[in-house]
Design a protein around this ligand. Structure first.
Ligand code: SOE
Length: 387
């Protein structure tokens, strides 16, 4: 017997579409799950576009005020896909209404807001998940499994980047639909919260907590027209950010993010080097994980020098994470599937009673790292993260 989980989606931009697609697909590809998402209601401000979105994706109802959506008794889970400055009020209201909450990243504008949200959801005892979707690409989950299995040995280095180039033109406005990511009042920060947050979430998951860091940021375009009222306003976000970190496990890390890397659209990479091996991932080749084994886990022996080398694992076998739910070995999946996996894991978590990661509490740690980055960039000094 399947059990419906009635979703109330708030926001229908790029992320709203990714989530709606995931809810639609999950039951087909993960039929063993008891809970089935039902596209119950979607909320946004523009009625005409909203109606079209609801019709396209099959939502039963629409609302133009998020408060009305949260208050609906026929909604079990609220999905927050709106600009970051609305995450906190919606999450607090949804927690008070006893709804499960799925929230786009970053969790909040800053760690203080995130703390308040964590307290509210834990007080209410509701299930939460933050959509750090890249964890759920099979190659990234495989990296987690290999590291947890001790294949890399003592970790020395972690390096990550997320590079884009879509804001180089000074003519790109800030604010409003799609461009709220450039408006500090709506986004909280620039690449730090939008892109590095993904890198930090993956890094904390794979390599543990960050103990201290030093960062520098730059805003290359100082003024932009605001899309909502047409006035030229100072730009308050970071366009680029570089960070040096020390992890609690003794390893060192570097992180870089920018929207000014001409030619790069979404170059998200990470590499980790340990005493016994290294691994590397590149989002442009998301079905691959590169592994260098210095010492073979099964035998404990050093790999013969003439055979040592980087191995490219095509992460499409039934044995690989999530892949037994898709096609036959060798056939690939992509970006959208990371969201389907997130929903599947969330539903499985509801069934087992073990909440899926990252919960609001886990995402708070990423938020604290983002805050420390911005604090360090302002003060030009190392920042120690409290534990
Ligand atoms: C920004 O361009 C963006 O869409 C982020 O907001 C997403 O989180 C990232 O996955 C892709 O880039």
């Amino acid at each position: 017997m399947t059990q419906p989980l009635r979703i109330g989606l708030i926001g229908y931009g790029f992320m709203g579409k990714a989530h709606a697609n995931a809810y639609s697909k999950v039951g087909h590809f993960f039929p063993e799950l008891r809970h089935r998402p039902v596209l119950q209601a979607v909320c946004a401000r523009e009625p005409e576009k909203l109606g079209r979105f609801a019709e396209t994706w099959g939502f039963a109802h629409t609302e133009t005020d998020w408060r009305a959506l949260v208050a609906r008794p026929d909604i079990d889970a609220v999905d927050i896909c709106v600009p970051n400055n609305l995450h906190r009020p919606i999450a607090l209201a949804a927690a008070a209404a006893g709804k499960a909450i799925l929230c786009e990243k970053p969790l909040a504008m800053d760690a203080a807001e995130a703390e308040e949200m964590v307290a509210a959801v834990e007080r209410a005892g509701v299930a939460t998940m933050v959509w750090y979707n890249y964890r759920r690409l099979p190659a990234v989950t495989l990296a987690k499994q290999l590291i947890a299995d001790g294949r890399l040995g003592q970790p020395f280095h972690y390096r990550a980047s997320f590079l884009q180039d879509w804001t180089i033109s000074a003519d790109v406005p800030q604010g409003g639909a799609a461009l709220w990511r450039l408006d500090a009042a709506a986004a909280g920060s620039g690449v730090t919260g939008d892109l590095l947050a993904h890198c930090f979430d993956t890094a904390l998951w794979l390599n543990g907590p960050i103990a201290s860091l030093v960062a520098t940021t730059e805003t290359f375009v100082k003024e932009r027209m605001h899309q909502e009222h047409g006035r030229i306003e100072p730009v308050g976000i970071d366009d680029a950010c570089m960070v040096l970190v020390r992890f609690a496990n003794g390893s060192m890390g570097t992180f870089e993010s920018t929207r000014y890397a001409r030619g790069h659209k979404a170059l998200k990479t990470f590499e980790m080097n340990g005493a016994d091996g290294s691994l590397a991932f590149d989002l442009h080749d998301s079905q691959y994980l590169d592994l260098f084994e210095y010492r073979a886990k099964q035998t404990g022996q050093k790999v013969e020098d003439q055979l040592a080398g980087w191995r490219r694992i095509h992460v499409t076998n039934f044995e690989h994470p999530y892949m037994d739910h898709w096609w036959v070995p060798g056939l690939t999946i992509g970006y959208e599937h990371s969201f389907v996996h997130a929903v599947a894991d969330f539903l499985r978590g509801l069934e087992s009673g073990t909440l899926v990661e990252p919960t609001f509490r886990t995402a708070l740690e990423t938020q604290k790292v983002c805050d420390a980055v911005l604090q360090s960039a302002r003060s030009n000094a190392w920042v120690t993260l409290a534990r």
